[in-house]
Design a protein around this ligand. Sequence first.
Ligand code: ADP
Ligand code: MG
Length: 497
Amino acid sequence: MSNDDTDSADEPPTEDQDFDLDLDEVVLDEDDDEDSKGLFDDLLSGEPIFENKEVLRPSYTPHELPHRKEHINKMATILVAALRGETPSNILIYGKTGTGKTASAKFVSQELESTSQRYDVPCEVEYINCEVTDTQYRVLAQLANKFIEENEAYIDERVAELEGVLEEVEDARPSAVLPETEFDSTDAVRERIDGLRADREEFEEVPMTGWPTDRVYSVFFDAVDYHERVVVIMLDEIDKLVEKSGDDTLYNLSRMNSELQNSRVSIMGISNDLKFTDFLDPRVKSSLGEEEIVFPPYDANQLRDILQHRADVAFKPDALTDDVIPLCAAFAAQEHGDARRALDLLRTAGELAERDQADTVDEGHVRKAQDKIELDRVVEVVRTLPTQSKLVLFSIISLEKNGVHNVNTGEVYNIYKRLCEEIYADVLTQRRVTDLISELDMLGIVNAVVVSKGRYGRTKEISLSVPIEETEAVLLSDSRLGDIDDVQPFVQARFDN
Ligand code: ADP
Ligand code: MG
């Protein structure tokens, strides 16, 4: 209610109005008085950068997906069968991370569900992220419980409908109402209502652990088949599920249709790994991949468009200098055309500008953001290394810190051995340590090049590819490595050998 509406003289002022008036005065007073500004006022007013930062976060689902129209249309062309009551082909979607697979799939599923409601066709979409829900048990349990919930809602709706029929019957003669329905007597209606209620009582939610998998499957199966409908199950990050738990889930899901009486299931799998079907049972592979859609990486121009769309909503007008978006796009294009990376860069650049209390985000902020994101990645990778790899890496760092560059495997191994002895860790063979060094190389933490030593054979020259101080700090934050006192003597000893 705005003040203008209530200004009329014939209405006595209510308490609310009095209060409104007082509040206005108080606020005005404060504005006049500089001294009364609070701790946060300056911070709040000095925010020239973001209008709505949430729009740049990964959790935000955009309503518009530039450069994915073709892919979205292809999905829709396949899934439209569900709206005709037919079973859509299974779909497999591939593409590297950040190519818009999840965003497109979610967009399509929202459209599909809302259209099915508008046309009143029974069609449901269930989305599961298999990175989180990563075992057959959990996938089936989650699906079972979702369908039980749907079924309960379906029963409630149906019971209300039938109770409406009974009411109408009471008002008019049964013979005028019942012929419109599938029932020939009010008793039959009542019986159906009782039956539905009894079904509802019988649904049993699946606990998140503890049951035999067969039992979970059968509850899931019954829940799906409870009434006529087409169900689309979206399994995002499906490669993670297969990697962790094999392809049993997919096998079971893909052969369900031959046993379902009332409903039909269609599966849409989304994978970041282009080769993941190599690990599948051939039957699962051919059933799942009836239709395949590949999401290619974005190029720098496409990333620019995507960023521009989001930036228009996320930032205040004129908060970005002209080179910001092209630079974010260029960096992310190098990073296999990853839109997530592009958005992270843009958001981080904005946050850095905010922290600097700058009026605009400029190229410098983007470069700093790039370094920060890269460092965050390194920290995360190093932090989660197994202890043995950490010891190997720490050995390389110790050598570098003592001015020994381009070390070879033997030198690393000597230091590594002594470190292990110092903290009572198992000592691996030099062969294994060489493998660990190759792994560190693949992770981009070290750079190992094979050099020929003439008739002495070949060796690896190893150098660090990440910032030394920060990496060392992460290693030392591991409680086991934290016990290492001073490596100086070992490194010195190397020269005595
Ligand atoms: P994927 O699932 O392929 O790893 P996502 O769909 O999660 O990628 O996309 C990563 C981020 O980029 C998300 O924040 C998403 O909203 C955004 N994004 C991807 N493609 C587009 C696009 N075409 N238009 C707008 N935003 C996009
Ligand atoms: Mg995804």
